[in-house]
Design a protein around this ligand. Structure first.
Ligand code: GLY
Length: 368
């Protein structure tokens, strides 16, 4: 098992990464003295696969768990579902000395974490992510929240978990589309801060797609290290942390205009990253060959790299970008890359340029 520490003073916590480690959940929670009672929040896809093992591990450690199962999918990230979960916690008489375990992907982690931040003004919580996207990104760093009709993640908090437990065995039951969507976030880490990781992904992509245990463990751990370092430096996103949103400004807008659920988050940000790479080539000197490598790697990972939109819908996409919560004073700011391995936030981009890169034909990759 590998451990990556998220160093945030009194809010520090470990990320444990390994094969078949869900059975250690109870022992970890007992060692951290999180409480004698807990709620495991999961969804209808994940609970049948992993809830039994999670509950058994907690019980073995002398902890009394209740299981709350919510519908699978983005629609569960809602204030209605927060109320449903809080009502259940109250009915089961969970107290301040109780805790929550989020067992599932990003939706469950964001929802359960937000419930933990609000119930009784905050109780401890543990992330047990079961998707690649959640293991390398959403479970780490304390962003929790739900969506409003007006946009994604518009209600939320920075609320750190006490432990993140990434069982790599869970990735073997992940449908291929979900796994590939997680790779979009993995590739993002290479682009924004680790050229060697990017090169490794180019080299080992086939092994990764076969879910090779050694490659998977090394890549998940490296992504968690990179994220932990960014979060250590800028927990509440006053600057640096925004680089984690490379490709997300356009990606979130694609999710919004196509109706949440048509594109998985990772698919939408794959298209967004290709557009951001093209803007980077125009605005801040990303070599054209590197923009082509970014597009080629995302395409080889089986991810969409462009979206065909008639002009009126392209305008709708720009309008959706203006609703993003990272817009300040009506200005859309982009995270762009100077080169693979170095990104920076805060680039103001003219809407006409966004239209142009979305309409541009696919680049010719220099290597595949
Ligand atoms: N997923 C972006 C962040 O955690 O800041």
């Amino acid at each position: 098992m590998r451990t990556v520490d998220v160093s945030l003073g009194s809010r520090s916590y470990p990320i444990c990464i390994g094969e078949k480690i869900l059975s250690t959940l109870g022992g970890h929670c007992a060692r951290l003295k999180l409480g004698k009672r807990c709620a495991v929040i999961s969804d209808k896809n994940v609970a049948p696969l992993y809830a039994k093992a999670a509950l058994a591990s907690l019980r073995k450690a002398g902890i009394d768990p209740v299981l709350l199962v919510v519908p699978a999918g983005e629609t569960s990230k809602s204030l209605d579902m927060v109320r449903f979960c809080c009502d259940r916690l109250a009915r089961h008489r969970l107290e301040r000395t109780s805790f929550i375990v989020a067992l599932g992907g990003g939706v469950v982690g964001d929802l359960a974490g937000f419930v933990a931040s609000a119930y009784l003004r905050g109780i401890a919580f543990v992330q047990a992510p079961t998707t690649l996207l959640a293991q390398v990104d959403s479970s780490v760093g304390g962003k929790v929240g739900v969506n409003l009709k007006a946009g994604k993640n518009l209600v939320g908090a920075f609320y750190q978990p006490r432990l993140v437990l990434c069982d790599l065995a869970a990735l073997r039951t992940l449908p291929s589309r979900q796994f590939r969507a997680g790779l979009a976030e993995v590739i993002k880490y290479g682009i924004i801060s680790d050229a060697a990781l990017f090169a490794r992904l180019e080299r080992d992509l086939l092994l990764l797609l076969k879910r090779d245990a050694a490659v998977l463990a090394a890549v998940v751990a490296r992504c968690c290290q990179l994220k932990a370092e960014v979060v250590r430096q800028d927990e509440t996103e006053s600057g640096l942390r925004a680089i984690l949103n490379f490709g997300h400004t356009i990606g979130h807008a694609i999710e919004a205009i196509s109706g949440y659920g048509k594109f998985l988050h990772g698919e939408a940000i794959s298209i967004g990253q290709v557009a951001a790479a093209k803007l980077s080539a125009r605005v801040c000197g990303l070599p054209g060959a590197e923009a082509a490598r970014i597009e080629a790697l995302l395409a080889r990972a089986g991810l969409p790299v462009s979206i065909q939109l008639p002009p009126p819908q392209r305008n709708g996409l720009l309008a959706a970008m203006l609703l993003d919560k990272k817009v300040t004073g009506g200005e859309i700011k982009f995270v762009l890359a100077r080169r693979i391995g170095l990104a920076e936030p805060g680039h103001k981009i003219a809407p006409a340029w966004v239209r142009q890169v979305l309409a541009a034909p696919a680049a010719q990759p220099s290597r595949a």
